[in-house]
Design a protein around this ligand. Sequence first.
Ligand code: PGA
Length: 218
Amino acid sequence: KVADLKGLKQGRLRLAVITTAKYFIPRLLGPFCQRYPGIDISLQVTNHEYILGRLSENLDDLYIMSQLPENQETCYKPVQENPLVVIARVDHPLAQEKNIPLKRLAQETFIMREPGSGTRKAVQKLFDYHQISPKVRLDLGSNEAIKQAIAGGLGISVLSRHTLVMEGVNSELVVLDVEHFPIERYWYAVYPRSKQLSIVAGTFLDYLLTSEPLICQK
Ligand code: PGA
């Protein structure tokens, strides 16, 4: 098929991804755009709740998210692991400890992602399940700002491990070894089941993946 020939695919790919995927998707886009010079891309980076809204309004071709929508049927594929970890400043008293009980975190001051964040939802679910109420001092709408706040001594937080990818050996941040962590999650590539994927979006989906099967909800 002519449209499948390398270099002949043309059009715009509209992606919308949760905040943590910004550590991963833009890097993949480099080689993808080199392979398919006729494809232009628009990339929205926002939180879980906004992604759900965009998905229900059918504003984009493909979504990357960690929690599938509950009231909309989708097709989805797991793309990569997205574990959530407890992050503290390197000089934190718990930094050297092993297997810290979850309950111990109730004594710490927390920085949380904003309401509407999937990260926040996942953390809240774990804490609720174990009947722990963290002392939240600060809500922040940015993973990077939270890292700065941790480094500034405002408290500890739970973030995707991917937020640490650019931290070198001299990082001011450490991952605490806390029971029930990491919270195991995945990034999924998702689109509404009723949608016919464009050739461009299908090309990107194939490019993203790997051997995982596409699952379409009945
Ligand atoms: P969030 O989603 O940006 O809404 O927190 C990130 C994630 O769920 O990994």
